[in-house]
Design a protein. Structure first.
Length: 244
């Protein structure tokens, strides 16, 4: 246990002894580093028009860093501590993250990735405050790649999937049977249909429809977008789109 506590972070060793301790320069370094890394992540979210953007990510990371610094200060001052502020900051981050998740009228969950990103950014701030610079750098790069690079791969996997869900708006409920018949003729199967009650008084019949591609021909040559575009041409469909 003593060896674990006295282990110096590799990056901190390169910077010097001052980077490992709690002093004016290390506090400035950790605070600035926390803000800069969170700003990069926040800019990535803002560029995609997500509700939690630059300032939110910076504030979450800064609060976590300050909580860890205060806990370390108390530990150095008294010789013992329980990292209560750090634990409280994790709970606070969880609350903020949950509040960034929205449920749209189209039965879609919005902001789930941003919520997870906020939570991860908060933990990143704790690592910065603790002076674990190597962990910070590796985690930051992994988090940034997850948010900015992997979405393209995720879209590719979704387009290759034989299952997808659509938001369907029919001009009236009487056309539902026509839609089901057309789906079967195209070589698709309906796994589930759920009526969206948020549109009860809109004059439209709105559904969430889970669809599977049954035809081998469609699996080879048609993407979800092409199938939906074909369905959109039906005159009794007011609007249709794939749900995320």
């Amino acid at each position: 246990m003593d060896n674990l506590l006295t282990t110096v972070d590799p990056v901190a060793r390169l910077l010097g002894d001052w980077a490992s301790g709690i002093n004016l320069y290390s506090i400035l370094l950790r605070t600035v580093l926390s803000l800069l890394l969170a700003a990069v992540i926040g800019c990535e979210r803002s560029s995609k028009r997500h509700a939690a953007g630059l300032r939110t990510f910076m504030l979450v990371s800064l609060a976590s860093t300050v909580a860890m610094l205060l806990d370390l200060y108390v530990l150095n001052l008294t010789g013992h501590g329980m990292f209560l502020l750090s634990a409280a900051s994790v709970i606070g981050i969880a609350i903020v993250s949950v509040n960034s998740v929205l449920f749209s009228s189209r039965s879609q969950i919005k902001g789930l990735t941003t919520s997870a990103g906020l939570w991860a950014c908060g933990l990143l701030g704790l690592a910065v405050g603790a002076g674990f610079y190597t962990v910070v750098i590796v985690t930051f790069l992994a988090l940034l790649c997850s948010l900015s690079l992997f979405p393209r791969f995720e879209v590719y996997l979704k387009n290759r999937s034989n299952h997808f869900e659509v938001h369907l708006e029919l001009k009236n409920a009487g056309y539902l049977q026509n839609f089901v018949t057309t789906i079967r003729e195209l070589g698709l199967t309906i796994d589930d249909i759920e009526m969206n009650t948020a549109y009860v008084h809109s004059g439209l019949s709105v559904y969430s429809v889970s669809i599977s591609i049954a035809s081998e021909e469609l699996r080879k040559y048609k993407s979800h977008a092409e199938i939906i575009e074909a369905l959109r041409s039906l005159e009794y469909i007011y609007h249709i789109e794939e749900m995320n």
